[in-house]
Design a protein around this ligand. Structure first.
Ligand code: SF4
Ligand SMILES: [Zn+2]
Ligand SMILES: [Zn+2]
Length: 333
């Protein structure tokens, strides 16, 4: 093989390829990458969403799908794909929602990209800030983390993303409730999914793996079911497609992301994939099989859940993690 950088042509036409799929051996041009992503997304939507021919609700309003967007590439591709695939249906309504974590230099610009995208697609856009939820802005939370860790052993070693993940989930739940949503779509790609599978399994958390989205077959009581239509599409392909189709996306990274466990898994999954193309697909297939086995082994099992004694949200403990963290933040420092 010569080592010169040479543009490969698409495996399906004569155009230059913009992406290589080592796991399939194919090279794809922008047009064929787009149709391939659209096909995978449509198929997953059909499997995960199971919409009847007329999904209008009993009260005559359309079936309501929240699409969580961040201004980044994954959720931008998700919203544009969903709008293309089901956006014209009169019995379905898409609402784009964006959580404002309160991160200077990062959230404000990315929120504008999110707003612009929703506007260009004619999709309603709603936001929710951490302060409105009774949390602090993430920039402030980050400053408080060391002292919270000193006061509470349970909080020891928690990273910014541990707080932010709980707050975001809760903010999305609240938005879903307020907007009376039937389903929520998240932009997780194949790499995200493979990382989550690996992280949960390495911690021995099978139950947690089983609860990963999509929730089509195993709804979790008390929360709006999540779907993840991009779950089979690798991050690199989503990125290439977002650039190719000129979607408005923000390229910055969150300044608080460093040190998160996900960063380790990201490197690990990337490494696995480069040594064994198809490893990410394998991890996700394994999850699906574990999920099936789990369902068959526990046919009537309802998730054992309590309601938080403070806010009433579903939790496995007496007080949910969101309320616990909110309390830590409210204590004097
Ligand atoms: S990287 Fe972590 S702190 Fe930053 S927005 Fe994401 S979850 Fe929040
Ligand atoms: Zn092509
Ligand atoms: Zn609570």
């Amino acid at each position: 093989m010569d080592s010169a950088i040479e543009v490969q042509s698409c495996s399906r036409c004569r155009s230059d390829s913009i992406v290589h799929q080592p796991y399939s051996g194919q090279h794809l041009c922008g047009k064929h990458l787009s149709s391939s992503i659209r096909k995978r997304t449509s198929k997953e939507l059909r499997i995960q969403l199971e919409l009847p021919k007329d999904a209008t609700r009993l009260d005559g309003t359309p079936f309501r799908i929240l699409v969580a967007i961040s201004g980044g590439k994954d959720s931008a591709v998700l919203l544009s794909m969903m709008s293309e695939i089901i956006g014209r249906r009169r019995d379905v309504e898409l609402i784009a929602v964006c959580v404002d974590e309160g991160i200077n230099g990062y959230r404000a610009p990315s929120m504008e990209f999110a707003r612009e995208l929703a506007k260009s697609l004619g999709v309603r856009f709603e936001t929710m800030a951490y302060e409105e939820m009774g949390y602090e802005r993430m920039d402030k939370v980050v400053q408080m983390i060391p002292s919270i860790g000193q006061r509470h052993t349970e909080a020891n070693g928690l990273m910014p993303c541990s707080y932010c993940g709980v707050f975001r989930r809760q903010s999305l739940n609240t938005m879903a409730e307020r907007l009376d949503a039937d389903v929520m779509a998240l932009g997780h790609n194949l790499d995200d999914m493979a990382q989550s599978v690996l992280m949960n399994l390495q911690k021995g958390e099978v139950e947690r793996s089983v609860r990963l989205a999509p929730h089509t077959q195993s709804p979790i009581e008390g929360i709006v079911p999540r779907i993840v239509p991009l779950r089979w599409v690798p991050e690199q392909e989503i990125h290439a497609f977002a650039i190719y189709s000129g979607l408005p996306i923000h390229h910055g990274d969150c300044p608080h992301a460093r040190g998160a466990m996900r960063q380790q898994s990201r490197a690990l999954v990337a490494n696995l994939e480069s040594q064994t193309p198809g490893a990410r697909h394998g991890l996700l297939h394994s999850l699906d099989q574990i999920r099936d086995l789990h369902r068959h082994a526990n046919p009537d099992s309802k998730q054992q859940v309590n309601n938080c004694t403070i806010c009433g949200e579903i939790t496995s403990r007496d007080i949910c993690q969101s309320c616990t963290m909110r309390k830590w933040l409210s204590e004097d420092t």
